[in-house]
Design a protein around this ligand. Structure first.
Ligand SMILES: *[C@@H]1O[C@H](CO)[C@@H](O)[C@H](O)[C@H]1NC(C)=O
Ligand SMILES: *[C@@H]1O[C@H](CO)[C@@H](O)[C@H](O)[C@H]1NC(C)=O
Length: 309
């Protein structure tokens, strides 16, 4: 059998070369086209009051100077800020065509409906702010594996959050999902979020026992849920990183652990409106950074003069 050589005609190499050098330019032009589609979508949904996106000018060759748009050195779109832009209607269903998009801020509008499956394909996203809208339905953003910050505060989300974890965990630093209607239990949920520092689950319908790793966070806020159970005496270890801890308005019971004294950076502790009983742990007196302490409406006996100031 003779050895056959595969021969490419010269024009093949020229074509390949052209694809390589124009690849960037083609992608940048695609970003511009997608933003013009986004503009058209927003204008159709918002015929009267419009935000700064109305000034995105179709005759500009690059979108990188348009209000709210951020680009990288290759003129690819990396950020879209449409906060406070009077937007009604649902989320634009083609954000995933912007393959370099890392920051998306749609906060403080009147955006409704569920999160489209498209958004879950924006795997480069690092910062996603959907706060203060009327977005509903369950949360399914398990495809956003590069998230650093997710803010869903003040929307109408419901159901369990579990299917998103640990998928979105690897880089997650800040998760704020307060003032929604999320439910279900959160035990183990954030175990594989090694970088998590801020967790705000306040004003939802979460129930069951609390997530046990919370002493590694800087801030935990779970006020106004239906969490219950006792905190074990070993809840707060010597490496406790907590600065703000708000467990108020839940159904926690038992004695509050004296190991809270290990949380030497604590500035604010709110245990109000629970069913804690027993003595107020004297260790609280050794927390030198503490400037806000709320213990009201529990079953605790308040022991005076344990503080040595
Ligand atoms: C999200 O947007 C709201 C309103 O614009 C802002 O107050 C909030 O700080 C943003 N969230 C984060 C984590 O930056
Ligand atoms: C949600 O919490 C983060 C972290 O504490 C904070 O930066 C952000 O401003 C909060 N979002 C809103 C809408 O207040």
């Amino acid at each position: 059998m003779s050895k056959e050589e595969v021969r490419f005609p010269p024009c093949f190499f020229l074509g390949l070369y052209l694809i390589l050098i124009t690849g960037h330019a083609i992608s940048a032009a695609t970003d511009r086209e997608v933003l013009l589609r986004l503009k058209g979508y927003l204008e159709a949904n918002n015929p009267i009051r419009r935000g700064a996106y109305a000034r995105w000018n179709a005759s500009d060759s690059s979108p990188c100077n348009w209000p709210g748009i951020t680009c990288n050195d290759a003129d690819r779109v990396t950020g879209i800020n449409l906060a406070e832009s009077n937007i009604n209607g649902e989320i634009f269903p083609n954000f995933h065509l912007l393959t370099e998009l890392t920051r998306l801020d749609l906060s403080s509008n009147t955006i409704g409906g569920p999160v489209p499956a498209d958004l879950n394909k924006c795997s480069a996203l690092e910062h996603l702010n959907l706060s203060s809208n009327v977005i509903s339905g369950e949360l399914n953003l398990a495809g956003l594996t590069n998230l650093v910050m997710l803010d869903l505060t003040n929307n109408r989300f419901n159901g369990s959050i579990r299917s998103n974890f640990p998928a979105i965990c690897a880089n997650l630093v800040s998760l704020n999902i307060s003032s929604n209607s999320f439910s279900g239990d959160i035990t183990g949920c954030f175990d594989r979020c090694p970088k998590l520092e801020y967790l705000d689950l306040s004003s939802n319908q979460f129930n069951g026992y609390i997530w046990q790793g919370f002493q590694n966070l800087r801030e935990l806020l779970v006020s106004e849920n239906h969490l219950n159970g006792e905190l074990s005496s070993s809840t707060f270890a010597s490496n406790c990183a907590l600065e703000i801890l708000d467990l108020s308005m839940n159904n926690f019971s038992g004695t509050f652990p004296g190991s809270i004294a290990n949380c030497s950076k604590l500035t604010s502790l709110d245990l109000q409106d629970n069913a804690f009983n027993g003595e107020v742990p004297s260790g609280i007196g050794s927390l030198s950074e503490l400037n806000s302490l709320r213990l009201g409406n529990n079953a605790a006996r308040h022991e005076p003069s344990q503080r040595s100031c």
